[in-house]
Design a binder for this molecule. Structure first.
Ligand SMILES: [Zn+2]
Length: 401
């Protein structure tokens, strides 16, 4: 298989990078990060740990608050000295709020909270930085490592990475080591969490003591479910060649206490996903209008929340993609097939807010958002090599001109 920049990385360059990889150092770093609990909004201790590790290794570290003084971000820039592009490695240090699982290694895999999502990936990015420093191969351009809190929803809102971008901590391209390894995501849908609360006036009341004559929050909620299903049906026509289709999805509803009582509240939760090119504010307006119509026709009060996760994105197969594919081919034997990102992550934010290409690529890991996260050590090593080689192909922009 051929691709435009197959010659960006020579076999001898790839061999030098491979020789500089130190698997035991990479594993120690991953364990050092996983062993510090860091549920979203409480990532200070692990950010301090990462900063200490980097400083102990001789790197200069900045700690910008980026709007979240409870856990200042970690920023480390390593440059070759000569002008060139900056490649950013960005990761979140927070984990979902599940019982803490300490790190352990079994049969070549690292287990523990954040092993997959995404402290293992951050450790791989740190190892890539060390490889570049130890070999002295990065002579042009720079690598910018950024790590932060507030990623995982619903506890975080993504605002710390927003503030980092606003403050200029943005490279010319970004790699994010989330657990996606089988496709190179050139596009992804935007996503918002929908939360609806339908209420009626008064107290809960027995069906035969007037309850049957009260406005039914359950009927109103059912009407919202029906209208969202009709919307989803219409959205089947909105298709992106890579990202798939726009959608409206209901994942939870709840109402009522017992069979013969008229309740006062109905709640619904779901998602709305849209395609690159669609404005999230238009999507929000459509949702609010749907709720307003149901409120008018059912005599209930309907409150809706449209919690924006991340906007949709699309990147072009430019210099970053070519550098990444050359690195992937050098490490894994072939470039990755292009595809879509199934979830939303901070890569969407870098593309939409930072206006730079961003590629989510990390270890083939399992169990994200469960208490059984695990990642093969070989995958961490593979990601470290891909990241270091992508930097070597991407950063020396002048030489390619
Ligand atoms: Zn993650």
């Amino acid at each position: 298989m051929t691709f435009p920049h197959a010659n960006l990385i020579s076999p001898s360059l790839a061999a030098k990078v491979r020789a500089a990889l130190r698997p035991e150092r990479l594993l120690q770093t991953a364990v050092a990060l996983v062993e510090v609990p860091s549920p979203t909004r409480h990532a200070r201790a692990v950010a301090d740990r990462l900063a200490d590790l980097l400083r102990a290794d001789g790197f200069a570290v900045e700690r910008p608050q980026a709007g979240w003084p409870e856990a200042p971000a970690v920023v480390c820039r390593y440059g070759g000295g000569l002008p060139g592009r900056t490649l950013q490695f960005n990761g979140h240090l927070d984990t979902v709020h599940l019982p803490f699982v300490p790190p352990r290694v079994e049969q070549g895999e690292l287990f523990g909270s954040g092993a997959s999502d995404m402290k293992g990936g951050i450790a791989a990015a740190v190892e890539a930085l060390r490889i570049l420093r130890d070999t002295g191969l990065l002579q042009r351009g720079a690598v910018l490592l950024t790590a932060h809190d507030l990623h995982e929803s619903p506890w975080g809102d993504g605002s710390q990475v927003d503030r980092l971008i606003d403050a200029g901590y943005v490279g010319d391209g970004v790699l994010l080591p989330e657990y996606l390894a089988d496709v190179l995501p050139l596009a992804g849908r935007g996503m918002a969490v929908l939360r609806v609360r339908v209420r009626r006036q008064g107290e809960p009341v027995h069906e035969v003591l007037g309850g049957a004559d009260r406005p039914s929050v359950i009927a109103a909620g059912a009407e919202i479910v029906r209208r969202l299903a009709a919307l989803d049906e219409r959205l089947r026509a909105e298709v992106h060649p890579l990202a798939g289709r726009a959608s409206a999805f209901v994942g939870r509803v709840a109402a009522g206490e017992i069979y013969n009582q008229s309740p006062v509240e109905f709640v619904l939760e779901g998602t709305r996903r849209w395609l690159p090119g669609t404005s999230p504010s238009d999507v929000r307006r459509e949702f609010e209008e749907l709720l307003a119509q149901v409120a008018r026709t059912t005599g209930t009060q309907v409150e809706g929340e449209f919690a924006l996760g991340r906007d949709a994105f699309e990147i072009q197969p430019g210099a970053l993609v070519q550098a990444f594919q050359a690195a992937h081919a050098a490490v894994c034997g072939q470039p990755l097939p292009v595809g879509a990102k199934p979830f939303v992550d901070d890569g969407n934010t870098f593309v939409v807010r930072g206006r730079v290409p961003a590629i989510t690529h990390g270890p083939r890991a399992c169990g994200a958002h469960t208490v059984n996260e695990r990642v093969p050590l070989a995958e961490l090593e593979r990601v470290a090599l891909v990241y270091a080689l992508t930097a070597l192909a991407f950063c020396p922009a002048e030489e390619q001109a």
